[in-house]
Design a protein around this ligand. Structure first.
Ligand SMILES: C[S@@+](CC[C@H](N)C(=O)[O-])C[C@H]1O[C@@H](n2cnc3c(N)ncnc32)[C@H](O)[C@@H]1O
Length: 252
């Protein structure tokens, strides 16, 4: 059984090397495809990708949460595991000058990259904070919308994460989360592999368990608003048909 501290360190090391462009591929970053093509296959439009700093589009996501979050001008948005900032910048355009977007990430190399990208794009309404999603550096009842893209599966404590999300949301606030879940049992050697964990596979929950975790954290109206297969041919073929990306909406 893996311990939580070891998992976190492994995840940090992997994404630190991805941020420094030394990382080996992970399921969330498809090395065989052009990064723009990969982003388009995850639901981003070409116009969206061309309108944000190039360095933020890292091919690490499994959906496009801002496309489904129905963000409005003036809203305050929090992105869990913001990476290079791709969804923070897209959200910043939607909430406009009267809104603001906070990205939280535990990997300092990713934060540095995101902050550099924010300078390139001269964003005035974004901020990147160092922290863990299980213990958010964010005030109670302060956020309108929490988004996230392919991150909660990496957490060793998903219930703690969703409880934190519940704490920071304003009453009536919502989440729109893209994440990986499984459909059917994964081979034990894959479940036990640190590499598979950082590949967004070994830590993924079965769909119903994932949705039940969100409900258990206090959310209502937990709904899968979109879903698509996430298996790629370069993955272990025992995973075929078992890896799925879902986009979930829920309300506090
Ligand atoms: C697969 S990448 C996704 C990045 C970004 N959301 C995107 O779509 O490009 C996962 C990111 O989440 C961060 N991360 C993973 N686990 C975390 C945790 N427990 N707390 C905070 N950040 C975490 C990693 O450092 C990494 O930047």
């Amino acid at each position: 059984m893996k311990n939580e501290k070891e998992i976190k360190q492994f995840v940090k090391d992997r994404y630190a090397s991805v941020a420094s462009n030394e990382g080996s591929c992970c399921s969330c970053c498809n090395c065989n495809t052009d990064i723009v093509e990969h982003a388009k296959s995850m639901g981003y439009s070409e116009a969206e990708i061309r309108n944000i700093p190039e360095g933020s589009v890292m091919g690490l996501g499994c959906g496009n949460p801002t496309a489904l979050a129905e963000l409005k001008a003036g809203e305050t948005v929090l992105d869990l595991g913001s990476g290079g900032g791709v969804d923070v910048f897209l959200a910043a355009q939607k909430v406009g000058e009267t809104g603001n977007v906070i990205g939280v990430d535990m990997t300092s190399e990713m934060l540095e990259k995101a902050r550099d990208n924010a300078k390139v794009g001269s964003y005035k309404n974004v901020e990147f904070r160092a922290g863990e999603i299980e213990n958010l550096p964010v005030e109670d009842d302060s956020i309108d919308v929490v988004i996230s893209n392919c991150v909660v599966n990496l957490s060793p404590d998903k219930l703690a994460t969703y409880k934190e999300v519940f704490r920071v949301l304003k009453p009536g606030g919502r989440v729109l989360i893209s994440d990986i879940v499984t459909e059917g049992e994964l081979p034990e050697d894959i479940r036990q592999s640190f590499d598979a964990w950082t590949d967004c596979i070994a830590g993924a929950l079965e769909t119903q368990e994932y949705l039940d975790t969100i409900t258990k954290a206090g959310f209502r109206d937990v709904t899968v608003v979109a879903k698509h297969p996430f298996y790629e041919p370069r993955m272990d073929d025992r995973l075929a048909g078992k890896i799925v990306s879902i986009q979930v909406r829920a309300y506090k």
